[in-house]
Ligand binder design. Structure first.
Ligand code: PNS
Length: 159
């Protein structure tokens, strides 16, 4: 039984995240999509809202579970019995920071392997930050955020 974890802020979930979730769900028996509860970071959506969004957009994926965690990814992975951490890579900048995170997670001495999935070319410019930047000025976020989530983002900015 192979269980993997795909952790992130998902503030909000983007089409790039969803693509990685869909592809990773085919590689493992169970994929846990885990929202980091980070009290040091100001977010647009609460952790509960982000979990609801993820549940909404992954309804069609029967081996995907949504969770949240505090603290270290490596610790949470052990707690839930996940042996693989999935990360998406868009470019060399991602690679540099993701590689560091991989090394740190490995140093933490836990039995967790990291696999990287290359982003689809359609999603190379997508990030939650970019989606918020466009939405705050009333721009079209159709190509950035799953359609079910767009109204929530637009509503947050009162557009
Ligand atoms: O959405 P993001 O910012 O790409 O997600 C990053 C995340 C949540 C995967 C990463 O920050 C994380 O795992 N945080 C938990 C703390 C941790 O384990 N840090 C160790 C690596 S530096």
């Amino acid at each position: 039984m192979r269980k993997a974890i795909y952790a992130g802020s998902f503030d909000p979930v983007t089409l790039g995240h969803l693509d990685i979730i869909e592809r990773a769900s085919k590689l493992f028996d169970t994929l846990v999509v885990a929202v980091l509860e980070n009290p040091n970071k100001t977010s647009l959506f609460t952790v509960e809202e982000r979990k609801e969004h993820l549940e909404l957009v992954t309804q069609h994926l029967h081996n995907v579970e949504v969770a949240s965690f505090r603290g270290l990814l490596a610790d949470f992975a052990v707690e839930i019995g996940a042996t693989v951490a999935v990360r998406g890579l868009r470019n060399a900048v991602d690679f540099a920071s993701e590689y560091q995170m991989y090394l740190i997670n490995r140093k933490l001495g836990k039995e967790i392997e990291t696999i990287f999935l290359a982003a689809d070319e359609e999603h190379l410019a997508l990030s939650s930050t970019n989606a918020k930047e466009v939405a705050v000025f009333g721009g079209n976020i159709e190509f950035m955020v799953p359609k079910e989530i767009q109204p929530f983002v637009i509503q947050k900015y009162g557009k």
